[in-house]
Design a binder for this molecule. Structure first.
Ligand SMILES: *[C@@H]1O[C@H](CO)[C@@H](O)[C@H](O)[C@H]1NC(C)=O
Ligand SMILES: *[C@@H]1O[C@H](CO)[C@@H](O)[C@H](O)[C@H]1NC(C)=O
Ligand SMILES: *[C@@H]1O[C@H](CO)[C@@H](O)[C@H](O)[C@H]1NC(C)=O
Ligand SMILES: *[C@@H]1O[C@H](CO)[C@@H](O)[C@H](O)[C@H]1NC(C)=O
Ligand SMILES: *[C@@H]1O[C@H](CO)[C@@H](O)[C@H](O)[C@H]1NC(C)=O
Ligand SMILES: [Cu+2]
Length: 652
């Protein structure tokens, strides 16, 4: 790919267009200089190919049995899904005890057990700006049946130390040689904490409790937040103080304004973590969305069309009143909510009703597809998260009536038509409490887990066992020929020079007009647990296009908007979507790959979109080959240099 001064910017000056061109030549020129000066990387990926395996569009495929149950999963590299389970009697062993962590290589479909080090039961997780994943908090050491162990320092039946203060780190690898390590402990216990990545690639850790139960209570709550790397003692959060008992795993998103939206039980606030201030927003309507009501939640796509404004969607959950959060009535029969509501907290304080789910659901996972549509998968029509030995439980499950058929939300569809399950088949595997899902680079969705049991519980006649069966779900685009874009950057900055992505006539399905709808999207697939994918986010980069008479085209693509609060630094998948068909994703680094303040650059301007016809002036001259410039080109270059130098001297 050429990254010389953009040829489109310097072709054919003429009287009519000189002035605007002059301005954006300056921008391009200066941003090129800035990019050089600050060492912005221009390394690109080889074009992604076609998916390595085939699948049946709309259907699930059982791909094997996991080594540990998938309470928590994340995509760590383009090939590897990492699992973290609670400590339990999984048959897979590591270092002389049952494994509660593992790795699944999605290409070869092979696995290896990993040492989870301390009890990661209902931990939180997310990724740092430097690409290292964190798994935070957990439960005390346990023995058979999930009962407390005699020793909190290992050596019992499962040899698991207390995990409540643990910060476990994993820098994912593709050679099978990476392992979890422990950082210095948290200062307080956190079972069920939320973890969110911040503008500087550090993370904030919110909430949790000391020793669990169906819900939280005043005796054991930890209504505080703290940071990693540490910024000192935990800070008390009023919303977490005021929202007992359903305040575990508070639903939290970094907003483009730099504040955090925190939704807990019925309450909502904006948290300014830099000033330790909370600002009340209205209560959420219709249902409790936090654990154990466990709605599906997601920040909708941030796009040029919505000016990268964050809208958070909450779907399902359970309309339980405060006195009902006790496990002494028939919870598994209680109908889950169908209600979907959204809020755009940076621009409006109001919750807005959205199209309801086709059926009530607790524990739905909302998973981004590379198209920006949202797959709603897993969960139950009745009951809630949680388990116990009460007689009303189904086995030990507090939920019943699994939903086996996914449904897809299209944020661009008109109201009333956003949910659609046309062409989607069903799974045979109930995915209830402690199930998870994550998007894979080929656009299929990895689905695993479900374990409403205090310890491994498998065998005949068990309705909701400890689930190891693992599936891939293939969206309808799965078997289409995928675009193979050339020129995808390995590292994307906050602002900076635009880059060119080449699409062949085949990539455009034989119609250059399809480039008009082509989009370039970043997806952070997130850390999946308890019907949340912490850190999950979708952003469409700004782009324009030039289509050529031979049917190929170039997408001119801006880097990220110059604000890391819109999309925190760290790894993400990059896809080009043509006619609703995504390229196989490549894993890019957003920001400089380091913890700390990110460099912000001026946004380079983009050429105007055009589909050139045969004989359009300049096509052959300015675009043919790399660097062959006609007379107009040289004249343009002189302009650029002159104007650039003048502007640098500050006389413009
Ligand atoms: C990322 O930062 C953390 C915290 O400083 C550190 O432990 C980890 O090794 C870093 N990862 C990489 C890949 O540099
Ligand atoms: C629940 O039942 C399981 C299986 O019988 C048992 O191992 C466990 O100790 C029980 N837990 C509680 C809290 O009673
Ligand atoms: C887009 O958002 C930014 C702040 O993030 C604001 O400065 C700008 O005015 C907005 N543009 C439009 C067209 O609303
Ligand atoms: C492509 O974009 C046009 C105009 O924005 C729109 O009418 C059309 O529905 C889009 N097609 C697809 C397949 O998204
Ligand atoms: C199509 O035309 C463009 C612009 O002239 C050129 O860069 C590209 O190489 C051509 N592609 C093919 C396959 O001929
Ligand atoms: Cu849990």
């Amino acid at each position: 790919m050429t990254r010389s001064i953009s040829s489109t910017s310097i072709s054919y000056p003429n009287a009519k267009t000189l002035a605007p061109r002059r301005i954006w030549c300056t921008l391009i020129f200066t941003s090129t200089l800035l990019a050089c000066a600050f060492g912005q990387s221009t390394e690109t990926f080889p074009p992604p190919g076609q998916p390595a395996k085939s699948g049946t569009p709309g259907q699930f495929e059982l791909i094997g049995s996991s080594l540990v149950s998938a309470q928590q999963i994340f995509l760590g590299t383009e090939d590897k899904v990492f699992f973290v389970d609670k400590v339990e009697n999984n048959p897979a062993q590591i270092n002389g005890h049952p494994a509660w962590a593992s790795e699944w290589a999605t290409g070869p479909n092979t696995q290896r057990p990993m040492d989870g080090l301390t009890n990661a039961f209902c931990a939180g997780g997310n990724v740092l700006g430097n690409g290292t994943w964190l798994n935070i908090g957990g439960n005390q050491a346990v023995t058979y049946g999930g009962d407390p162990a005699e020793s909190q320092h290992g050596g019992g039946a499962y040899d698991d130390p207390d995990g409540r203060r643990s910060i476990r780190l994993l820098t994912p690898c593709d050679d099978g040689n990476c392992d979890w390590t422990l950082a210095r402990d948290l200062t307080t216990n956190r079972w069920y904490p939320t973890v969110e990545t911040l503008e500087d690639g550090h993370i904030i850790i919110l909430g949790g409790c000391n020793d669990g139960g169906y819900v939280n209570d005043a005796r054991q709550t930890n209504p505080t937040y703290e940071f990693f790397p540490s910024r000192g003692k935990p800070i008390t959060s009023p919303i977490l103080v005021n929202t007992l008992p359903a305040n575990l795993y508070p639903l939290t998103w970094l907003l483009p304004s730099g504040r955090l939206l925190v939704q807990s039980n019925w309450a909502t606030v904006l948290l300014d973590y830099k000033k330790n201030m909370e600002y009340a927003l209205p209560d959420i309507p219709d249902a409790v969305r936090t654990y154990p009501a466990s709605a599906g939640t997601i920040m909708l796509p941030l796009t040029p069309a919505n000016n990268w404004t964050a809208t958070i969607l909450f779907c399902g959950g359970s309309n339980l009143q405060p006195e009902q959060w006790v496990a002494n009535w028939n919870i598994p029969e209680f109908k889950a909510s169908t209600s979907c509501v959204s809020i755009s907290p940076d621009v409006s304080k109001r919750y807005v009703k959205d199209d309801p789910l086709p059926e009530g659901r607790s524990m739905a996972n909302l998973i981004f597809l590379p198209t920006g549509q949202v797959l709603c998968i897993n969960g139950a029509r009745t009951g809630t998260a949680g388990y116990g030995n009460q007689s009303f439980a189904i086995g030990q499950s507090y939920a019943d009536n699994p939903v086996f058929t996914p449904t897809i939300y299209d944020p661009n569809a008109p109201a009333g038509q956003r949910w659609n399950r046309d062409g989607l088949g069903s799974s045979n595997v109930p995915r209830l409490y402690h199930s998870s899902a994550v998007l894979l680079p080929d656009g299929s969705v990895f689905v695993s887990g479900s374990n409403p049991n205090s310890d491994v519980n498998v065998g005949k006649g068990i309705k909701y066992p400890t689930e190891y069966r693992t599936e891939r779900f293939y969206p309808l685009y799965y078997n289409e020929r995928r675009p193979q874009p050339v020129g995808l950057l390995k590292q994307i900055g906050y602002g900076g020079e635009s880059f060119n992505v080449h699409l062949s006539a085949d990539d455009l399905f034989g119609d250059v007009g399809n480039v008009k709808n082509a989009t370039v999207a970043l997806v952070r697939t997130g850390f999946s647990t308890h019907a949340m994918n912490m850190g999950q986010r979708y952003l469409q980069l700004e782009s324009t296009y030039t289509g050529y008479p031979n049917g190929s085209a170039i997408l001119h693509v801006s880097q990220l908007p110059p604000n890391p609060a819109i999309f925190a630094p760290g790894p993400a998948m990059l896809h080009v979507v043509v006619k609703g068909v995504p390229s196989v994703g490549v894993m890019v680094m957003l920001g400089n790959g380091k913890l700390g303040e990110q460099e912000i650059r001026a946004i380079g301007d983009l050429p105007e979109s055009a589909i050139l016809a045969e004989g359009d002036e300049g096509v052959s001259e300015s675009q043919s080959g790399n660097g062959a410039m006609g007379r107009g080109g040289w004249a343009g270059l002189v302009w650029v240099v002159l104007v650039g130098v003048l502007s640098l001297l500050g006389s413009w």
